[in-house]
Design a protein around this ligand. Structure first.
Ligand code: ADP
Ligand code: ZN
Length: 517
């Protein structure tokens, strides 16, 4: 006779109380119902299937996409006295056979399997390991609308038909509304109960810094780290090279930093991860891969050196800070060069349309002049009534001004270049640059050449971005990112409509404020 849920929680996990919704989720599963669990990272999803696994007769088969994490997950369970094992392609035949044999002898309660392994060896696996339930972790991977679609997940849809009498639980930390619906459909979940936890993490401050040059970013980050002596933090970078460069710069400045990316050996990665967890490394510069499945509660800050690809990734990454609930800071650096590069990646990716759309959403977030938390939560279909008071927009409300003339200058330059040029060239023309490309194209002879020289190139970038956001301009990704004037833009150009712009935040002042904190 199995122990009741709360006793299992106490005995194996050492906790006295369930967190919000965990108990209800567990009861539903034990009673045989399908459930979809949406909980932010660190919310406690694993307990939701690990406890039922110990209550139900048979084996809970956990489908998990990351082979690299499986071993850690299983080791953690074993050290809690839970009989767990994993099966994946990293093991040889004999190892796999031994695992299956112990499943057959009913010595295993939880079996972690990669989706490809499960599907390719389904008959053998279920003959040896009689399933009591299926838990599909990172369930958003099954949806092409999600941000991390994995084709190998698609075949999991056939499981439901073969195992009609046991509960299925799908879990994810990131799924917008469309993705949720799609997960249910793709997995053929039966009338599932959907549990959505709040994604609001009020202890995380949100800040976006726009248009800062890489060198300046480093200076700011080093001074930030000096002010956060001995506090752990993560810096996410877009590329492996960037990770290494930023790390070297930090080390040179006397910061105890290391890097982590997929190009390293797994031993080297494990070492960095361990040193970070044990507070022997203060800072890790990482690509997106870092932090998945690591459980470190005192990460005090997360910095995005580059713009993330989408809101889902951003939310997950900032979510690695402040898991202990204490105030933690997050800073996102955003500039035009990143956006251009990410646009190119997205445009060339397998799912260009969706990826471009997702990129647009994070771009809007970064450029927004309303409470950032409102936007973030809205993205996950959660409404925040009041402004949060803990983001840079709330702390520093924006001023608007009549930007009609400024916009007309830009639009007229773009029109005279026949809408064939990207932002950088447009800015060079507005600022009256005499670069070789400008002379060759004859742009120095345009009437608009130099009409915007009083505005810095950097501020022009930010204004152009606002114009994109306001639907005054469009970017033709398929024409080398040339800027095009929309109908709305034409009305402004011809004086039929005014353009309201948001005053740019003076970054110098922001820096001073930072020092006072
Ligand atoms: P997720 O998978 O949602 O990211 P985890 O399942 O890894 O989150 O849980 C995050 C942390 O919270 C873990 O350290 C876990 O042990 C802890 N935790 C889970 N449930 C509880 C609980 N009821 N009480 C206290 N801590 C919990
Ligand atoms: Zn706010």
């Amino acid at each position: 006779m199995a122990l009741p849920a709360h006793e299992i929680l106490k005995k194996y996990f050492g906790y006295d109380h369930f967190r919000h919704q965990q108990e209800e989720i567990i009861q539903k599963i034990v009673s045989g119902k399908d459930v979809l669990v949406l909980m932010p990272t660190g919310g406690g999803k694993s307990v939701c299937y690990q406890v039922p696994a110990l209550m139900l007769d048979g084996i809970c088969i956990v489908i998990s996409p990351l082979i690299s994490l499986m071993k850690d997950q299983v080791d953690a369970l074993k050290s809690n006295g839970i009989a767990a094992a994993y099966l994946n392609s990293s093991q040889n035949y004999k190892e796999q056979q031994e695992i299956l044999d112990s499943c057959y002898r009913k010595e295993i309660a939880l079996l972690y399997v990669s989706p490809e392994k499960l599907i390719s060896d389904l008959t053998t696996i279920v003959q040896m390991a009689k399933p009591s339930m299926f838990a599909i972790d990172e369930a958003h991977c099954i949806s092409a609308w999600g941000h991390d679609f994995r084709p190998e997940y698609i075949q999991l849809g056939l499981l439901r038909e073969k195992f009609s009498h046991i509960p299925f639980v799908a879990l994810t930390a990131t799924a917008d509304k469309v993705t949720r619906k799609d997960i249910i459909k793709q997995l053929n979940l039966k009338n599932p109960e959907v549990f959505v936890s709040s994604f609001d993490r009020q202890n995380l401050s949100l800040e976006v810094r726009i248009g800062i040059k890489p060198k300046q970013k480093l200076i700011e980050i080093i001074s930030f780290i000096r002010k956060h002596r001995n506090q752990s933090g993560i810096i996410y970078c877009l590329s492996r090279n960037k990770c290494e460069d930023v790390t070297s710069a930090l080390i040179e400045a006397g910061v105890n930093a290391g890097f982590y990316h997929a190009g390293m050996s797994s031993a080297a990665r494990a070492k960095v991860q361990e040193d970070f967890i044990n507070d022997e490394l203060q800072v890790v510069c990482a690509t997106i891969a870092f932090g998945m499945g690591i459980d470190k509660s005192n990460v005090r800050w997360v910095i995005h050196f580059n713009l993330p690809k989408n809101m889902e990734g951003y939310y997950q990454e900032i979510g690695r800070a402040g898991r202990d609930g204490l105030p933690s800071e997050t800073i996102l650096y955003y500039n035009y060069a990143d956006l251009t590069m990410l646009n190119k990646f997205a445009a060339e990716s397998g799912q260009a349309e969706i990826n471009l759309e997702k990129l647009k959403r994070i771009q809007h977030y970064a450029e927004a002049d309303i409470c950032r938390r409102k936007i973030l939560l809205n993205y996950f279909s959660e409404n925040l009534e009041d402004n949060c008071g803990n983001c840079d927009v709330c702390k520093n409300p924006r001023r608007h001004f009549d930007g009609t003339i400024l916009v007309q200058k830009a639009l007229s330059a773009i029109a005279r270049m026949e809408e064939k040029e990207g932002a950088m060239m447009v800015i060079d023309v507005l600022r009256g640059s005499m670069k070789a490309e400008i002379m060759q194209a004859g742009y120095n002879k345009l009437k608009t050449h130099g009409v915007g020289s009083e505005i810095s190139a950097f501020d022009w970038q930010r204004y152009l971005m606002q114009m994109l956001n306001l639907g005054i301009l469009e970017m033709a990704y398929d024409e080398n990112f040339a800027l095009k004037i929309t109908d709305r833009g034409k009305e402004i150009l011809f004086g039929k409509r005014k353009a309201e712009l948001t005053a740019l935040q003076p970054i110098v002042r922001k820096e001073k404020k930072q020092e006072l904190r």
